[in-house]
Design a protein around this ligand. Structure first.
Ligand SMILES: [Zn+2]
Length: 311
């Protein structure tokens, strides 16, 4: 069944944009890749020394303001989470990403330009079974008032996110997502990253947010949104945090069968949750999606027969 086969993109496709933190112009090309490759970044610029870096939690080297991966030679690619969210939601398993700088282009600060790129590239079904991580036991990570959990569930990846910010334009927001390509595309992909005016100077002093502008981020000043067109969703902030989590969870190397809940958490916490998940092999199982879901259907059929007998 095609649904449970691995997928790559049909054609390569490119885009150009600036890096949110470096402010540099970056070219990126998404390319089809063989089965079981996973998602791999490839630095094509001289400074990147032709490096390949898998988009995998083992390669995460910095999570201060974004998710940054690096290899043992110190070659890095930063701000991969919005692209990873689109790749996860669109169900792409194998892809090579050529990039000529240290950061993915920020585009408009959301994942929708990447969803559009992937749709234009098309999907190619491959001849290898699709696998997923099935959560077997609850796994929790807490850090102060931040808390994340993964819980077992029968089907798919269900997600919940909650945030609390003192700024009244944000305040308390919650959102739920049953992760499918259409749910993500229609309800979450357009949510932009956000920042606070009072943090910008500090971020720029440590070399971050240099490419940030009102064209690629929501900017909050005390209780005012500074973007003249306002918000894309009334709760755009929590939707963006959900989008980040969709991307960061895909750093596990697979999609998940389970329930995720995040409260006030960020990239560092989601990465720590994955570390906690993989620390104990009894927490999870790598399942072949086709046989896992067919076993569920068989069980349901058994139930039906049993009920008929009783009647
Ligand atoms: Zn983000």
């Amino acid at each position: 069944m095609e649904k449970y086969q691995q997928k790559t993109i049909k054609h390569e496709i490119s885009c150009v944009g600036i890096g949110l933190h470096t402010g540099n112009k970056i070219s990126m090309t998404l390319k089809p890749a063989d089965v079981n490759t996973g998602i791999v970044f490839h630095r094509t610029d001289p400074a990147g020394q032709d490096a390949y870096i898998p988009a995998h939690h083992d390669y995460v080297v910095d999570t201060r303001m974004c998710t940054c991966i690096g290899n043992k030679d110190g070659v890095k690619v930063a701000t991969i989470e919005h692209l990873m969210a689109a790749i996860h939601a669109m169900g792409i398993n194998n892809m090579l990403i050529d990039i000529d700088g240290p950061e993915t282009p920020v585009m408009d600060g959301s994942a929708v330009p990447f969803v559009f790129l992937l749709e234009c590239a098309g999907t190619k079904v491959q001849s290898a079974p699709l696998k997923a991580i099935k959560i077997l036991k609850p796994v929790t990570y807490k850090n102060g008032d931040k808390e994340l959990t993964l819980q077992p569930s029968e089907k798919g990846l269900k997600m919940h996110f909650a945030i609390d910010f003192p700024a009244s334009v944000i305040g308390h927001q919650e959102a739920d997502l049953d992760l499918t390509a259409s749910n993500f595309k229609n309800m979450f992909s357009r949510a932009r990253t956000f920042g606070f005016l009072q943090d910008i100077e500090m971020l720029r002093s440590i070399g971050l947010a240099r490419g940030g502008s009102l064209d690629n981020a929501i900017l909050v000043n005390d209780n005012t949104i500074m973007n003249k067109d306002g918000l894309r969703y009334s709760n755009e902030f929590v939707r963006h945090k959900m989008l980040d989590a969709v991307g960061d969870l895909y750093m596990s190397g697979y999609t998940l069968i389970g329930e995720f809940s995040g409260s006030r958490s960020g990239h560092t916490d989601t990465n720590a949750l994955l570390t906690a998940l993989f620390a104990d092999e009894s927490n999870y199982e790598i399942v072949d999606m086709a046989s896992y879901y067919s076993s569920l259907t068989e069980e349901n059929d058994d139930d039906k027969e049993f009920r008929l007998e009783c009647a």
